[in-house]
Design a protein around this ligand. Sequence first.
Ligand SMILES: Nc1ncnc2c1ncn2[C@@H]1O[C@H](COP(=O)(O)OP(=O)(O)OP(=O)(O)O)[C@@H](O)[C@H]1O
Ligand SMILES: [Mg+2]
Length: 233
Amino acid sequence: MLEVENLWVRYGTVEAVKGVSFTVSAGSIVSLIGANGAGKTTSLRALTGLVQPGAGELRFESTSLVGLAPHQIVSLGIAHVPEGRRLFPKMTVLENLTMGAYLRPRIDVASTLTMIYEHFPILKERGRQRAGSLSGGEQQMLAIARALMSRPKLLLLDEPSMGLSPIMTAEVGKVIRQINSLRVSIILVEQNAMLALTLAQYGYVLQTGQVVMQGKAEDLLRDEGVKKAYLGL
Ligand SMILES: Nc1ncnc2c1ncn2[C@@H]1O[C@H](COP(=O)(O)OP(=O)(O)OP(=O)(O)O)[C@@H](O)[C@H]1O
Ligand SMILES: [Mg+2]
């Protein structure tokens, strides 16, 4: 479904991503894990057109994403839940959700909302509340739900567990599984490698802008190096 081949991205003189390659097959969850500054967020930003690659190829269902604007990439069926959630805090929950659909004019907002409320009942209850007044976990749920309003085939999640309690992290994990069961493929970027590798089928370990290891998630979970460096075991 998605092929990233030899991706390079720089910010000024900083080489943030240096020849990263990975693939996502339809229906799967793929995790990118790695420490601060490894290039995880930058890789996602390249996929959604927020930064332009210096080199490399990005193909989604055999369409090249290179040079496309963010709204064109959304139209192809890729949605991004950015690091830090980036909600509109003064707008209501419902307004935030509606914003998620506005780049896809042909989408039936009412039926999509019904689908969203099945998976996130709390967002229906809180529809008229300002997004900024929700708890951290609820805000993360809203950020994910807003992205789903564009009916993506591929969802990019950047650190969805960041700042959440263990209980809320488990809730987010459950929601990620539910979304995937609706045949939405997922790229999950996480510093919480345990969560990421528990949810994913396949994982890539990034370090200073490069893929240093990859494999089935179950194998990475058992790998001594991964255990020590990323799982705190
Ligand atoms: N806007 C920017 N301007 C300059 N350098 C940047 C910018 N954003 C990121 N970088 C640098 O690019 C490199 C990769 O950063 P990136 O945010 O992609 O890493 P990350 O793996 O997402 O890290 P984290 O786990 O902290 O979110 C780092 O060296 C970072 O300092
Ligand atoms: Mg990041």
